[in-house]
Design a protein around this ligand. Structure first.
Ligand SMILES: Cc1cc2nc3c(=O)[nH]c(=O)nc-3n(C[C@H](O)[C@H](O)[C@H](O)COP(=O)(O)OP(=O)(O)OC[C@H]3O[C@@H](n4cnc5c(N)ncnc54)[C@H](O)[C@@H]3O)c2cc1C
Ligand code: FES
Length: 506
């Protein structure tokens, strides 16, 4: 280990980390009064440069997807990162900041003997965050982590952005937990599909007949991509996109230059349109709306997104609907209600998901087949639910939201509560989407907004849009404005007025 003088103390701004080089290690320095902390320079989630993050309320907030880390010890406090920052010894000598170039050893939590068995069903966003939390808290009982996929626990969000664009091989999609984490405690990763869960008996039966009795269980089985009940929807060549396997099959079938019809102008449909254009296909998007995403993001932003797609060569067909998919041995054409017939050997359905809860017994499901939970993510005694399958109270109103980071927030809270805490969902939903090289971010969840205020122009470049009910900010949509969005990810945990938000955005 070597010691390095890496900066002068007066170079450090208490609101912004500084990136420095210590031998071959890249670090960030954070000043807290007379103390200096040193951490790894890139976010453990997807590698964002943390010197572009913002320090607020004792947290370092990542510029990309708003993971938050405690400034004083680097502990991860909010997903999508699931690991603490590597920490390096740092000290001040005279006016110089010195660091070691090797990280400090990680302190492991004490593991007391524990006879309980916890089961986490689902190794997607929520399940992985829950398992990471249980292991970080030193849960020493038996922890069974089930999933029906052979190699689960990967970043599903990369599928529609990079994998089907041909930019990331399906087997190189980043894993959610590090191999070291998976060796902690009594973690048993098990491949298997849950056939029934009986909440009264606290018992799970797998498709192969195996029984698992549990003391506490988290259900995080996510959404099942829907195929519309239309003639030909099951023809070979008609794909959905949820899993790594789905993405690999779609990519195998896709040939640059050939036409593809994408059905649905939601986030998956639009991301897939951008990615498949990038891969060189002729993309036809069948939409029910004149303006995509108008309901979620407002007319003006939706229109600017449509124009972006059109500039990149995506052809919109709509407002209309599919009447049927035609073909003999495989799909050959899509017939639309407006009379158009689109010839294509490949179709991708972006027609929504249904909560994957068909196996649940003993708990009443909501009309949309989701599991209603309280703010502690509890569905029944000994049973928690998180992520896309959970209808939970947000500002006291029940809602189901399909967002990656939110599913992870749920998973963290549910896991803490399985261990006996009483944590409630008091966080801010966050969503991002990546289309034709642009990232749009949404903080909050506006249900009945009646007003939208802009800073910047969505048609031209970076902007922030504040969706409000009168003077109250409900959600913020942005392209760029990374500092403001990082600060808002924390500030929006409390009610925020429009004038204050505008001041913060600057
Ligand atoms: C292609 C794609 C891109 C996306 N991009 C974004 C994005 O950019 N930003 C964003 O915020 N959100 C995005 N989302 C949404 C986000 O991925 C979901 O909201 C999130 O994955 C929900 O997490 P979850 O844990 O509830 O479910 P999932 O992540 O879907 O995990 C559920 C797991 O449960 C397993 N499972 C299901 N049924 C069973 C069973 N019976 N037995 C055993 N295992 C079972 C599944 O195999 C799966 O591994 C995207 C979704 C998709 C499909
Ligand atoms: S890269 Fe930091 S939260 Fe995603």
């Amino acid at each position: 280990m070597t010691q390095h003088a890496v900066a002068r103390l007066d170079q450090l701004d208490p609101n912004r980390p500084l990136r420095v080089q210590a031998g071959s290690e890249e670090l960030i320095l954070i000043r807290q009064g007379d103390l200096v902390h040193a951490y790894q320079a890139n976010c453990p989630h997807a590698g964002a440069p943390l010197e572009e993050g913002v320090i607020c309320s004792g947290l370092l907030v990542c510029p990309w997807h708003k993971a938050a880390f405690a400034v004083d010890e680097g502990a991860v406090c909010e997903p999508p990162a699931l690991a603490d920052l590597r920490r390096y010894r740092a000290w001040v000598k005279g006016d110089e900041v010195w660091v070691d170039d090797q990280p400090l050893a990680k302190a492991e939590p004490p593991r007391h003997s524990d006879a309980r068995c916890f089961v986490v069903v689902g190794a997607g966003a929520a399940g992985s965050a829950a398992v990471a939390t249980l292991l970080r808290h030193g849960f020493a009982g038996r922890l069974v982590w089930l999933d029906q996929e052979h190699q689960p626990a990967y970043d599903r969000t990369a599928l529609s952005k990079f994998v089907i664009a041909g930019q990331m091989p399906p087997d190189e999609v980043p894993a959610l937990l590090e191999a070291d984490d998976l060796r902690k405690g009594h973690l048993i990763r098990q491949h298997g599909k849950v056939r029934t869960l009986n909440s009264e008996k606290r018992q799970i039966i797998l498709a192969d007949g195996q029984h698992i009795d549990y003391d506490a269980c988290l259900l995080a089985t996510g959404g099942k991509a829907q195929r519309p009940a239309l003639p030909g929807a099951d023809l070979p060549g008609v794909f959905t996109l949820r899993s790594r396997e789905d993405a690999a099959l779609l990519l195998d079938a896709a040939e640059p230059g050939q036409p593809v019809v994408i059905v649905g102008d939601g986030f998956i449909g639009l991301e897939a349109a951008a990615a498949l254009r990038k891969y060189g296909l002729q993309v036809h998007l069948v939409t029910r709306h004149e303006v995509p995403l108008a309901k979620q993001l407002g007319e003006r932003i939706g229109r600017s997104i449509r124009e972006l797609h059109e500039r990149k060569g995506v052809v919109f067909h709509g407002p209309t609907e599919v009447e049927r998919f035609e073909g003999q041995a495989k799909v050959e054409a899509v017939l639309l209600a407006n009379g158009e017939r689109l010839q294509a050997p490949l179709v991708l359905l972006g027609t929504g998901v249904k909560p994957a809860t068909a196996y649940v017994q003993g708990v009443a499901l909501a009309d949309d087949k989701s599991l209603p939970v309280n703010a502690e993510m509890r569905a029944a005694p000994g049973l928690w639910a998180a992520g896309d399958i959970a209808t939970f109270p947000l500002a006291d109103r029940p809602v189901r939201i399909e967002h990656w980071r939110l599913a992870q927030q749920h998973g963290v809270i549910a896991a803490a509560n399985m261990l006996g805490e009483q944590r409630r969902y008091e966080d801010v939903p966050f969503f991002w989407t990546y289309q034709h090289g642009r990232t749009y971010e949404v903080l909050g969840h506006a249900r009945d907004w009646n007003r939208i205020e802009f800073v910047g122009q969505p048609e031209q470049g970076d902007f922030v849009a504040l969706q409000c009910v009168d003077e109250q900010v409900e959600a913020v949509i942005a392209k760029g404005y990374s500092d403001a969005m990082a600060q808002l990810s924390q500030r929006m945990k409390r009610p925020l007025r429009l004038d204050e938000a505008l001041k913060l955005i600057g």
